[in-house]
Design a protein around this ligand. Structure first.
Ligand code: AMP
Length: 452
């Protein structure tokens, strides 16, 4: 998963892009980059690390111009090497082209192989680079036409920002897998993966970029947005996991508030999978907090922060010697021992993937004296890998793909285990008759041609 941000017609384009990326840091922590443009030139800086570590006032000062696009990376395709960081900026017969991408392209590998056989030289293993190579070989002399020709050959998920010396272009794949929103800052356009970036920079949220829509912004007339729908129409397949886990709770995603949706998922969970006679509802922080509030409101069981989360876990944690074991989960999540003694608790989390978090956590909750531990998950069991940009492990590693709910309960050591139903999830997210969302990770129904 990744975040993208772009702006045109602002004398502080790079500084604002930096702030936007900062607000979107949760979508990718491996590296970040910005490319800006002034006159006919581009200015690029990208590096491994968090947004605040990557950029300084000095580096931002070297990114002049009134238009910029930026990216934070979470590798789902290609490795986490520096060469795979974005923006990708390549020189082509169309001039230089910069691209930032959120999503995964299902057919990138065979396309890249074909392009290499024809002589293309790739700088990275990231699927995004394929987009630019296809543009360069399109035979079109116009950036917009070249982009459309390239995207028509791709299958999968893309929310993209593309920039050259003349235009900033925002485009979302026809299924609309990944989010992309349009905002207004002083009458000029801004684009971001999520609206929380607009809150920080003081921009007004206008609307989603529609699935299959391309919005073209000329750098010299940034207030003039040109909207086109160049692709065949498909049924929309917005990623339901954005609502469950991925997006920030203070964002509006796919037209709905994430906080409100997560609370509503918790309420529905309490109706479908009640836990009677409990002393308290406890979230797995932070991801389970919002569904827990909903669960508590619906069930009348008091909400308590019975597990405290450390927010200071660096990416390079040095494990001490063998004398101290089981660090993983305890380092991040610590149950309140005295408080939980002899209590019957219902623990709520947003998803269960490999089951490692819940297994360790339940063990620690019992060590802390909890009498009964019942686990409730505000999503259905994750049974299938995602090929559209969420970092889900292979089927083999997914606990639910090889065990029944009863077996999972035994394996993680819970007194009871309950999941939200797929129908409950989709209805709560506002789907009519189960349409509008991609739920392949729960159902195995992959929307794109080559996967179904
Ligand atoms: P697991 O321990 O593998 O069962 O993972 C479950 C935990 O990971 C839950 O607390 C989720 O909030 C969190 N989670 C779910 N999906 C992802 C993801 N794609 N990336 C990072 N964390 C996730």
């Amino acid at each position: 998963m990744c975040a993208i941000f772009g702006i045109s017609g602002n004398s502080e384009a790079s500084n604002i892009t930096y702030l936007g990326l900062h607000a979107l840091q949760h979508r990718g922590q491996e590296g970040a980059g910005i490319v800006s443009t002034l006159g006919s030139r581009n200015f690029l800086f990208k590096k491994l690390g968090l947004v605040s570590e990557v950029f300084s006032s000095a580096t931002l000062a070297q990114l002049p111009g009134t238009s910029a696009i930026g990216h934070t990376r979470y590798s789902t395709a290609g490795g986490n090497a520096a060469e795979n960081l974005q923006p990708i900026v390549l020189r082509t017969s169309l001039g230089w082209i910069g691209v930032v991408h959120n999503g995964n392209l299902v057919n990138a590998k065979p396309l890249a192989k074909k392009l290499e056989q024809m002589g293309s030289i790739f700088q990275s293993s990231a699927d995004t680079e394929v987009i630019v190579h296809l543009m360069a070989r399109s035979g079109e002399s116009d950036l917009v036409k070249a982009l459309v020709a390239s995207l028509k050959q791709l299958e999968g998920a893309y929310s993209l920002l593309v920039m050259d010396q003349q235009y900033l272009i925002a485009v979302r794949d026809p299924y609309g897998f990944r989010p992309l929103v349009l905002g207004n800052l002083n009458g000029k356009p801004v684009f971001a993966s999520e609206t929380t970036a607009f809150d920080l920079i003081g921009a007004k949220y206008e609307r989603e970029v529609d699935p299959g829509e391309m919005i073209i912004v000329p750098h010299d007339r940034p207030a003039e947005l040109i909207s086109q729908y160049p692709f065949r129409q498909y049924e929309q397949k917005k990623c339901v996991f954005e609502h469950i886990y991925f997006a920030r709770p203070d964002s509006v995603v796919f037209g709905a508030g994430v906080y409100e949706t997560r609370k509503a998922l918790g309420k529905r969970l309490a109706q479908e999978q009640p836990a009677s006679g409990m002393d308290m509802v406890i979230p797995v922080p932070d991801s389970g907090v919002y569904a827990s509030i909903g669960f508590s409101e619906e069930s009348g069981i008091p909400f308590e922060m019975g597990i405290i989360r450390s927010h200071y876990i660096g990416r390079t944690f040095i494990e001490p010697s063998q004398s101290i074991r089981n660090f993983g989960v305890k380092l991040k999540l610590n149950p309140l021992s005295g408080f939980l003694r002899d209590k019957k608790i219902v623990v709520v989390d947003d998803s269960l993937v490999r089951g490692t978090t819940s297994k360790k956590l339940i063990q620690h909750l019992r060590e802390s004296g909890a009498k009964e531990v019942h686990l409730r998950i505000s999503a259905p069991p994750t049974m299938h890998p995602c090929f559209y940009g969420i970092d889900t492990p292979t089927s083999k590693e997914l606990l639910a793909s090889r065990s029944t709910i009863e077996q999972m309960k035994e394996l993680i050591g819970a007194d009871s285990l309950g999941f939200l139903s797929l129908q409950g999830l989709l209805e709560t997210c506002g789907s009519s008759a189960g349409t509008g969302f991609c739920h392949a990770c729960f159902s195995g129904n992959y929307p794109t041609d080559s996967l179904n």
